[in-house]
Design a protein around this ligand. Structure first.
Ligand code: HMG
Ligand code: MG
Length: 303
């Protein structure tokens, strides 16, 4: 791959325990969630999105985030991230010793209203004290921007709408910012356009691609993003997941599939693909769902 200037290594943020499981209708037993996070820690993921301190009325599956954070075996250098929609969530995250606070809004007003019950501007105002507290307490701060490539309510989304929110997230002091394709409709050229527009004023190193795979475009979109300099990607083991406030949206791109792509490109992740295939098999069996990773299914069939 001489013609592309690709990063030499990539950080994978494993979001299966949070984004992956939040949409499950039946309550996933706590011990299964704990086991999942522990297996992921053992596999060497640097960053695991483990919990969401959101309103339990809005996302019941995440209601036991305190118990989960209390029971997991933490590895010293692993970052355990938690979604925090407001100060109430922040207090819960701190008590649970989350190592990274994730504030989240959207590129569209319609999705912000549906997901966090306020406008984009109101969410930014709400995050000012959260961001200040995270800085004061020495915690990492990440900002996530939903519907950056399309919205189930508004339809198409312009890169200028994304850029506006990126600038607000930078002003809040975010260390990392996620460009999220919540409903998995984005295409490779759109991905390049949005990242190129962002990188005209911001450093590529602080941005990640968070792609759901609804239209099967995630791997192409990751490849497109890699070429712009993005070196952080979110994925879910076995392709678990979806957002309860984005009807029809399927899971994140499967971690196994991303690892296979990156290995083929000679890009280092520090994660062993076969270990993740095992974890994908474990969690799919535990929740009684077909394994959503094509690489996972192919490698399991060969065993
Ligand atoms: P609201 O109803 O406007 O909030 O919800 P409120 O302040 O009026 O509070 C209502 C009730 O919720 C009160 O309880 C509060 O105490 C409680 P009551 O007095 O009625 O008994 N409450 C809380 N409880 C525990 N922890 C909290 C909390 N906050 C309020 N932190 C709110 C506003 C933002 C809280 C709500 O809309 C919410 O929790 N939204 C989150 C929905 C969600 O979980 N979505 C999925 C995650 S985002 C995602 O998946 C996208 C992402 O993956 C990127 C992508 O793919 O796009 C990140
Ligand atoms: Mg998501």
């Amino acid at each position: 791959m001489k013609s592309f200037n690709l990063p030499k290594s990539v950080k994978i943020v494993e979001v299966g325990p949070r984004d992956g499981l939040q949409n499950e209708k039946d309550l996933v037993p706590l011990e299964v969630k704990v086991d999942l996070v522990n297996r992921l820690s053992k596999a060497g993921f640097q960053n695991i999105e483990a919990a969401a301190f959101v309103s339990p009325k809005w996302t019941p599956q995440m209601a036991n985030s305190e118990e989960l954070m209390d029971r997991i075996n933490r590895k010293p250098n692993t970052v355990y991230s938690a979604l925090t929609p407001n100060m109430q969530g922040y207090e819960r995250a701190v008590k649970s010793r989350a190592s990274e606070i994730v504030i989240f809004t959207a590129a569209t007003q319609a999705f912000a209203q549906k997901n966090i019950n306020c406008s984009i501007e109101e969410s930014i105002q709400r995050y000012i004290p959260v961001a200040k507290a995270a800085k004061r307490d020495g915690l990492k701060l990440r900002g996530s921007i939903s519907c950056a490539l399309g919205c189930p309510y508004q339809g198409p989304v312009s890169s200028q709408e994304v850029v506006t929110v990126v600038k607000q997230m930078i002003d809040l002091g975010c260390d990392e910012i996620d460009i999220a394709d919540t409903i998995g409709v984005g295409t490779a050229s759109q991905v390049q356009e949005v990242f190129e527009d962002i990188f005209s004023f911001a450093q590529p190193t602080m941005f990640s691609g968070h792609f759901h795979d609804t239209y099967g475009q995630s791997l192409a979109n990751i490849f497109a993003a890699l070429q712009t300099g993005v070196a952080i990607f979110h994925s879910s083991v076995a392709g678990l997941g979806g957002c309860p406030y984005a009807k029809g949206a399927t899971g994140n791109v499967a971690t196994e599939d991303v690892l296979y792509l990156l290995e083929g490109l000679g890009i280092h992740t520090g994660i062993n693909l076969q270990d993740v295939v095992d974890i994908g098999d474990f969690i799919s069996t535990a929740i009684g769902k077909p394994n959503g990773s094509r690489v996972g299914r192919a490698l399991l069939a060969k065993r």
